[in-house]
Write a protein that binds this ligand. Structure first.
Ligand code: ADP
Ligand code: GN1
Ligand code: MG
Length: 354
């Protein structure tokens, strides 16, 4: 199967090695080396249960590649490698959709931030990306996943999952369900500001977790996983990034005592992120940044919980209670963020000073 797919992109070359790569939750990713080539490639099977319009994703990638990234930039993206028939995706007769991109040479992924400079670099890279996209017109890009970060819709999905209890896991999750239900009124408020237009729609990344950056040496050198790039909210990108850039443990950590919010990492990330975006930030965006780390952790927490109750149909899981572990780490992180919001606002204000 894999050699056949590779042949669609490189009909005249032989595979040296091909093996599963990375820890993404959505697509299926392989690193490919060809005989006689020093460059490596990333081959991905796009998860079409999640992305219903893979062509739209590829077109967004191409638009970035041909505009902002046409010339050398401080932060890289991977290049789409067309198939031999000239298309940017290859579709098999069974409907599976495949994409080839350049491997960012000399790079590695981090699953967690361990040192201050890594948080600072993550803020710099995601902040730079947001600023670089500032002039792109949101209405001219497709939404990769409808209502992706829409709180009311995620809450509705959770309510349905609770009601249907498809996997029979509700009893086991009852305490955590209560935790999230008690907080749902808080998250709806920011959505109202977005709906009223006070917070602008922009082109943003929409999935700013730490392992969607590639590090080279002591720098965050590339932004990857562009599948969700499209219309969205700057505040959400900032908050979602802090969920993994300022947490003390991986979202898969079973020992909950290890999970918490690292305020030093938060400060380092915020300083560099705001340093990049401060010229474009509006007053309302500025006013609500402090709520986003908690809110985006909340939204991811309820998405993991929903998937747990539905029987693990969305995220890739490696063991029975994987999604329960994930929603539990997010709960712990929210608890650790909740009493820090005043100090967070101060750090944000300082970072945004001219
Ligand atoms: P998913 O949508 O499943 O998260 P990603 O596009 O994020 O898929 O890829 C999964 C992982 O593969 C990344 O976290 C990273 O480790 C690695 N990866 C993806 N693209 C590249 C690339 N172009 N160069 C190097 N590593 C990559
Ligand atoms: C998924 O694709 P990946 O692993 O980078 C998810 C994000 C979640 C994240 C949680 C398209 O990100 O929204 O925050 O898992 N991406 C999609 O780890 O659903
Ligand atoms: Mg990813």
């Amino acid at each position: 199967m894999l050699p056949h797919i590779v042949q669609q992109f490189f009909p005249d070359h032989q595979i040296d090695t091909i093996s599963p790569y990375g820890c993404g939750h959505i697509n299926t990713t392989f690193k490919l080396d060809l005989k006689g080539f020093s460059n490596s490639y990333i081959l991905q099977r796009i998860n079409t249960n999640v992305f219903h319009n893979p062509q739209g994703i590829a077109e967004t990638h191409l638009r970035l590649q041909d505009s902002i990234f046409r010339t050398e930039q401080p932060i890289e993206i991977a290049r789409l490698i067309p198939a031999a028939d000239g298309r940017c995706l290859h579709t098999e007769s069974n409907g599976s959709v495949w994409r080839m991109t350049s491997f960012i040479e000399g790079s590695h992924t981090r699953e967690i931030v361990e040192e201050l400079w890594q948080a600072s670099e993550a803020g710099n890279a995601y902040g730079w990306f947001a600023y670089a996209c500032r002039d792109l017109e949101p209405s001219s890009f497709p939404e990769a996943i409808k209502d992706f970060h829409r709180f009311s819709s995620r809450i509705r999905q959770l309510d349905e999952a609770i009601e249907q209890n498809k996997a029979g896991r509700l009893k086991k999750a009852k305490d955590i369900v209560r935790f999230y239900k008690e907080r749902e009124h808080q998250v709806i408020q920011v959505e109202e500001l977005v709906d009223s237009g006070s917070i602008p729609l922009r082109i943003v990344h929409n999935d700013t977790k730490i392992n969607n950056l590639l590090f080279k040496g002591n720098r965050a050198a590339a932004v990857i996983d562009l599948d969700t790039v499209g219309p969205g909210i700057l505040n959400y990108d900032y908050g979602d990034a802090l969920r993994t850039s300022a947490s003390t443990a991986n979202e898969d950590e079973k020992d909950l005592s290890r999970m918490g919010f690292n305020f030093d990492f938060f400060r380092a990330f915020t300083k560099s992120y705001m340093g990049q975006v401060k010229d474009m930030v509006t007053d309302d965006e500025r006013r609500y940044f402090f709520r986003e780390p908690g809110m985006m952790t909340y939204i991811m927490g309820i998405r993991f919980l929903t998937d747990y109750l539905n029987g693990d149909t969305y995220y890739r899981t490696a063991f029975e209670d994987h999604n329960l572990v994930r929603t539990s780490t997010q709960k712990k992180l929210i608890e650790s963020i909740e009493n820090k919001t005043t100090e967070m606002q101060q750090v944000i204000d300082e970072a945004l000073e001219p």
